[in-house]
Design a protein around this ligand. Structure first.
Ligand SMILES: *[C@@H]1O[C@H](CO)[C@@H](O)[C@H](O)[C@H]1NC(C)=O
Ligand SMILES: *[C@@H]1O[C@H](CO)[C@@H](O)[C@H](O)[C@H]1NC(C)=O
Ligand SMILES: *[C@@H]1O[C@H](CO)[C@@H](O)[C@H](O)[C@H]1NC(C)=O
Ligand SMILES: *[C@@H]1O[C@H](CO)[C@@H](O)[C@H](O)[C@H]1NC(C)=O
Ligand SMILES: *[C@@H]1O[C@H](CO)[C@@H](O)[C@H](O)[C@H]1NC(C)=O
Length: 501
């Protein structure tokens, strides 16, 4: 959007808001947020951003059952170095998180400098392998150096991929780009963008809803992709990003494939710092180690009781964590559609892979990223090198649907010095058609950020859902017109250039 136009919109919005300053200020109210992940912290951030003058005067309390913030964004430390253990990568068009990084003054992590190779393992052999490329074409070189597993889609540019998958690769890219393009509608000026009461409505407005009614497989077949590409590369990617097959919904699948433009990024020292920084900036009372066990509607307010025996009075309550595996008592009871979470086991190993496991003679012949196809006998989803110390030692990250037993690890590794296991209730198990829980859990002021997670589960989609919830709260409770112009479209271009060069 041009500078002139956004200036004009800001001006219009400000003039609209003028009459409101004459209204009596609403009495001080409390917003209670359950969960200090990126969703909860983003709700706090957008409430403050869209009410910079502190009218309405709202207190914000954030409850977190763990001793740290970040939720499913967390790091693990292996041999003194930190690695992302949960949500690990961001897309250059993730405009809210791009903005968070900027306002919080966080550093983008330097891409890894060694080269990157991919192999697709079917349980008996590698059906596809790229050779290690240290390419002298700068753009390709940069893509190959990305530390992230998603960057494998960037290998679309590689001749090896083309030989195997042909023009289907470009059809895949078009499919993804069209979904990303539609998603950008959520960054349009708040003044001209509706506030959505349901996820269905929000997805329909952007033209994304249909993608949630069919499987990724069906969408890709219609888009003209070859069976080979769907069963191999696409499957590898959906398994790595969501632990699931191409039977997942088309929208989740498109988001999973959205690494194709390159420029994926993460935050030096850990992405969780976004949640920490937003909370720190948003003037909230943060209650760590305090789990909410009941939310009771008392008419004018909600009563939130915690496992510490405390009771809090909140005019507005926001659930910013998946309810699927929690045992919060709602009075009166709420009813939301059944949803299963997909568990992903992340296992970090410092040691050395055993080439014999892969039928190879030397460890150097094993690709840096071993992806897998759907085969019920495969005990893991992917194995990637996170850091190579020397010929005898690396740190690896394994994803699997089941825990990795010691005996299994001992067959895959010839040396194992350190092993760390994390069982994530990582994201929804996607299916088509998706059925969405409501954003508004009762008819009053009880909200649910994670209703949007059935569309797609990422740090950015949490922020997008949180922004909508903040606007719902401001308009439904405080009767406030949102006047803020956030300049997101302008900043996106700068960032895009920055990352692509
Ligand atoms: C979604 O599907 C419906 C029914 O098939 C169709 O009428 C509509 O045009 C589709 N919307 C988009 C945005 O593709
Ligand atoms: C996808 O779903 C179909 C129908 O339910 C099933 O036959 C097939 O095995 C599934 N494919 C995968 C890869 O899970
Ligand atoms: C919180 O923000 C203040 C400045 O607003 C900064 O000095 C401080 O280091 C921040 N704390 C954390 C934990 O980020
Ligand atoms: C919450 O705690 C208050 C104060 O201890 C108590 O009166 C109330 O009954 C509790 N509510 C629920 C739902 O347990
Ligand atoms: C939008 O951009 C203009 C020009 O760069 C700047 O003056 C203004 O403060 C920005 N507004 C916001 C809300 O960031």
């Amino acid at each position: 959007m041009s500078v002139t136009l956004s200036f004009l919109l800001t001006f219009l919005a400000l003039s609209q808001a003028q009459p409101h300053s004459d209204d009596p200020p609403p009495p001080s109210s409390t917003v209670c947020i359950v969960g200090a992940g990126i969703g909860g912290s983003s709700v706090a951030h957008f409430l403050r951003l869209y009410s910079p003058d502190s009218t309405p005067a709202a207190n914000i309390r954030v409850f977190e059952r763990n001793g740290v913030v970040g939720g499913r964004i967390a790091t693990v430390t292996v041999a003194g170095e930190t690695f992302e253990a949960g949500a690990s990568i961001l897309h250059p068009k993730n405009l809210h998180t791009v903005e968070f990084r900027k306002i919080l003054n966080l550093k983008v992590k330097e891409p890894r400098s060694d080269s990157f190779s991919l192999g697709i393992w079917d349980g008996n052999k590698f059906v596809f392998k790229t050779v290690k490329l240290s390419c002298d074409v700068p753009v390709l070189d940069k893509l190959l150096k990305l530390p992230f597993v998603n960057s494998l889609v960037s290998l679309v540019n590689s001749a090896f991929m083309f030989v195997r998958y042909g023009f289907s690769l470009f059809k895949m890219q078009n499919f993804v780009e069209s979904a990303v393009e539609r998603f950008l509608k959520y960054y349009e000026e708040p003044g001209s963008r509706p506030i959505f009461e349901t996820v269905d409505e929000m997805l329909q407005w952007a033209g994304l809803y249909n993608l949630t009614t069919r499987t990724l497989q069906d969408e890709l077949v219609d888009a003209g992709l070859s069976t080979k590409l769907i069963n191999e590369l696409v499957t590898v990617i959906t398994r790595i990003n969501y632990g699931q097959s191409v039977n997942m919904s088309g929208l989740g699948g498109a988001v999973s494939l959205a690494g194709s433009g390159g420029g994926l990024w993460s935050i030096e020292g850990g992405n969780w710092q976004m949640a920490a920084g937003l909370l720190n900036k948003s003037d909230v009372a943060l209650h760590l180690h305090e789990e909410i066990k009941s939310v009771a509607d008392r008419g004018d307010y909600y009563e939130l009781n915690s496992t510490k025996g405390n009771s809090y009075k909140c005019e507005i309550a926001v659930v910013a964590t998946p309810l699927d595996e929690l045992d919060i008592q709602f009075i009166p009871p709420i009813s939301i559609p059944q949803r299963k979470l997909q568990h992903t086991h992340a296992t970090f190993v410092r040691g050395l892979l055993n080439p014999a496991y892969f039928g190879l003679k030397a460890v150097t012949k094993i690709p840096d990223l071993v992806g897998t196809i759907e085969n019920p006998n495969l005990p893991f989803t992917s194995i990637s090198v996170l850091k190579k110390y020397n010929e005898k030692e690396s740190t690896y990250k394994i994803f699997s649907r089941q825990p990795m037993a010691d005996t299994l690890l001992d067959s895959i590794y010839s040396v194992r010095k350190e092993t760390i296991r994390i069982n994530w209730a990582a994201y929804p198990h996607y299916h088509a058609p998706e059925i969405f829980a409501p954003f508004i859990l009762d008819k009053r002021h009880l909200y649910y950020v994670n209703a949007f997670e059935n569309a797609a589960s990422t740090m950015e989609t949490s922020a997008v859902a949180a922004e909508n919830i903040a606007r719902l709260i401001l308009s439904r409770y405080f009767g406030k017109v949102i006047v803020h112009s956030s300049n997101l479209s302008a900043s996106s271009q700068e960032e895009g250039t920055h990352f692509d060069l």
